[in-house]
Design a protein around this ligand. Structure first.
Ligand code: HEM
Length: 493
């Protein structure tokens, strides 16, 4: 396990004290502990960064977690091979065809050669399936058209957009991965979206503690059983889709499941994660990882952006003016990927929204495999490492008035969009989000497509929810959700 001295791992960076087994939890100030829901991780990590500096630690149970809150150090650290695996996450290996030692199938929680092989294959296939080709774009545009038509039936009245955008984003992914187009009221689609939502909501970061004390957690927490049921539901949906592909193997088919099954056929070495039954299990979990990784993240980012626009109507006016100038005002010609190059203000709004919302607020934990120095900071073997992305996105040394929603910070002197390396919602380094390119394209196409068709307004009787970071009381989980709100859609033409 970790490099220990008589009092635990040697040379940990600064951090709060701890007691045996439950670690630093008793020393976490009350304001960051939310009854029944665990720790408010984004706020707690902010507090740790301010109190203990850019690299500090906290004991979440019996294992120390190092929290990196500095953009430069994070880039260096996550570039290292020594920090690109995941901590052993028992008891979740039980859901994911894992072994007793906690190793598991799939992309998000696997490590070593299995992770490398699965990641390399998935990235190659996502590209091959058309990320760079027209087909992917037209699939997403079709979904946006469907969503816009559905929303047209609910114009001029307050609606909650979240579930609808989520349905649409999952449907686009379903088409890309499974090769099947579902209608937005298809009961299967609704079940998939609900199951993914439930898995994510039951997997709070606070249950990190649970991961670290797996047997205690399993015995006492109803959350574990709930998460297990939800995950099994997702698995059965994926297995049905895989079996349907196996039953009708068609060489003209080029969706993800099809190419993965072809890959399984190429492997007969038992040690390979693509071999035989293990390959089929890997495919199931990879699909779930892609759906879980790619659905709520994208739709939640869209929902944050719409809320920022309700707070800043002048920003929405500028977007509309730019869309009218670059794209025009015809329903038959929605914004596409070529327009993106000319939509500087839209790109600035997206970057600012990604910065402010940071939907995956602390990334996914990494594991230190070998003692490692990053500059002056020592990372002992066996510790977990988390990226304090929300803090980096609000770091006053990087951002002027970080609480302000100000897309202009990403415009150069001639009004062109200038990206910043310090906006890192997809994390950085060896393990950065493998869906980044797809997510960026979807986010841009959905947002610009909806804004092309509609104007978003705050219902007259609704007080806009407070969105400042210190008022965020809802977020204890892996994802940072916006507070719930309604919106009125007005047609633009
Ligand atoms: C706005 C949308 C998204 C955001 C903000 C986001 C963010 C992230 C972050 C922060 C990580 C953790 C990286 C790390 O461990 O350092 C991650 C991992 C991952 N994401 Fe995304 N993501 C998004 C969309 C997507 C999409 C569309 C997909 C796929 C369809 C996807 C699939 C994954 C997978 C499979 C991983 C695990 C990668 C690995 O462990 O190697 N994500 N994402």
């Amino acid at each position: 396990r970790f490099a220990t001295g008589p009092k635990g791992p040697t040379r940990l960076p600064p951090g709060p004290p701890r007691v045996p087994i439950i670690g630093s939890i008793p020393f976490v100030p009350r304001e960051f502990r939310i009854k029944g829901r665990g720790l408010h991780t984004p706020k707690l990590f902010h507090y740790l960064a301010r109190k203990y500096g850019p690299v500090c630690h906290i004991w979440l149970g019996p294992v120390p977690t190092i929290v990196i809150s500095d953009a430069k150090i994070l880039r260096e650290a996550f570039k290292s091979n020594n920090m690109s695996s995941r901590p052993i996450m028992k008891p979740f290996h039980e859901f994911r065809y894992g072994s007793q030692d906690g190793t598991q199938r799939g992309l998000v929680l696997s490590s070593g050669k299995e992770w490398e092989d699965q990641r390399k294959f998935t990235i190659k296939q996502l590209k091959g399936l058309g990320l760079a080709r027209k087909s992917m774009e037209s699939m997403i545009l079709y979904e946006i058209g469907q969503l816009a038509d559905l929303l047209t039936e609910e114009l001029d009245e307050p609606i909650d957009l979240c579930f609808k955008t989520n349905l649409s984003v999952v449907n686009a992914l379903w088409m890309i991965l499974v090769g099947e187009r579902l209608s937005l009221d298809d009961q299967r689609l609704i079940r998939i979206v609900q199951s993914i939502e439930n898995v994510l909501k039951s997997a709070q970061v606070a249950s990190l503690l649970a991961l670290l004390l797996p047997n205690v957690f399993k015995m006492i927490s109803p959350r574990f059983e709930r998460a297990k049921v939800m995950f099994e539901e997702c698995k059965s949906l994926m297995r049905t889709a895989i079996n349907a592909h196996i039953a009708s193997r068609d060489d003209n088919n080029s969706d993800f499941i099809h190419v993965y099954l072809n890959e399984i056929d190429q492997h007969d070495l038992e040690s390979s994660s693509f071999c035989g039954e293990k390959g089929l299990q890997s495919l199931e979990i990879v699909l779930i990882d892609l759906f879980i990784g790619g659905s709520e993240t994208t739709s939640t980012s869209i929902n944050w952006t719409i809320l920022y626009l309700l707070h800043n109507p002048e920003v929405q006016d500028k977007i509309h003016a730019e869309l009218d100038r670059v794209v025009g005002r015809s329903r038959d010609d929605p914004p596409n990927l070529c327009h993106n190059l000319e939509l500087d203000y839209m790109n600035a709004v997206i970057a600012e929204s990604m910065r402010k919302s940071t939907v995956v607020s602390s990334g996914v934990p990494h594991h230190v495999d070998e003692d490692t120095w990053i500059g002056d900071y020592f990372f002992p073997r066996g510790t977990s490492v988390m990226a304090n992305l929300t803090y980096i996105h609000h770091d006053p040394q990087l951002w002027e008035n970080p609480e302000e929603f100000n897309p202009d910070r990403f415009l150069g002197p001639s009004g062109h969009f200038v990206a910043s390396p310090n906006v890192m919602p997809f994390s950085v380094g060896k393990r950065f989000c493998l869906g980044k390119e797809l997510a960026e394209q979807e986010f841009y196409l959905f947002l610009s497509g909806l804004l092309h068709r509609f104007r978003f307004e705050n219902p007259p009787d609704q007080d806009l929810p407070n969105i400042s970071f210190c008022h965020d009381d809802v977020n204890t989980g892996f994802l940072r959700y916006p507070p719930s709100y309604n919106v009125i859609l007005r047609p633009r033409f």
